[in-house]
Write a protein that binds this ligand. Structure first.
Ligand code: NI
Length: 201
């Protein structure tokens, strides 16, 4: 009778543990690197989308100003409107410094969020936020570049009966297009204004 060779279980677990630790440290670095400056992990990059007038818009159109990027969708029942309200409030509180920032709301629901729908929606939060949409492929590409997760979630049998699950992330990008820092999307306008002031120096 022969004993089968023991699989190197402990080594496998140890390796998995190390990989997991590396992933967690990476994620933590993205989430908590709020001190400004550059980050080794890439967030953002080139994109081509459409503005509220269905005109093509790229990341290069925002150079020279900070870009405050938020992903969501106009049918969002709760989180998106709250965050957009806070962004609008933060911009009001910043006064003239707000001219150095362009808040950008990018939809994760391009099927329903046409350029006109985006334009009407962001206008409800004041004149400062720009709403961007695009083809499903363009949205997938920009979401990937910004490491944003989103997925359709059925709420009924009809074609429009769905909600979008999506990560609620808010990123400050520098005037040169590089990633500066994440901001808490659930912060108040006052907290956001304070963070932005600090990050912009
Ligand atoms: Ni939302």
């Amino acid at each position: 009778m022969s004993t089968p060779p023991k699989p190197p279980t402990r080594i496998v677990y140890a390796t998995m543990g190390l990989l997991l630790a590396a992933l967690l440290i990476g994620a933590a670095a993205v989430l908590w690197s709020g001190g400004g400056g550059t980050n080794a992990l890439s967030i953002g990059g080139p994109f081509t989308l459409e503005d509220g007038n269905a005109k093509p818009v790229t990341d290069r159109d925002f150079r020279g100003r900070y870009m405050l990027v938020y992903f969501g969708y106009t049918f969002c029942p709760d989180v998106c409107p709250t965050t957009l309200n806070a962004i609008a409030d933060a911009m009001d509180r910043l006064g003239p410094a707000a001219d150095r920032i362009q808040p950008v709301f990018i939809t994760v629901d391009p099927k329903r969020d046409t350029p006109a729908a985006m334009k009407a929606y962001v206008a409800a939060f004041g004149p400062r936020i720009e709403g961007l949409t695009g083809t499903p492929e363009q949205i997938a590409a920009v979401a990937k570049a910004y490491r944003v997760y989103y997925a359709e979630h059925r709420t009924g049998p009809g074609p429009g009966d769905y909600a979008m699950d999506h990560s609620s992330v808010l990123y400050l990008m520098g005037p040169d297009g590089s990633f500066v820092a994440p901001l808490r999307a659930d912060a108040t306008g006052q907290e956001m204004a304070a963070s932005l002031k600090k990050l912009m120096g």
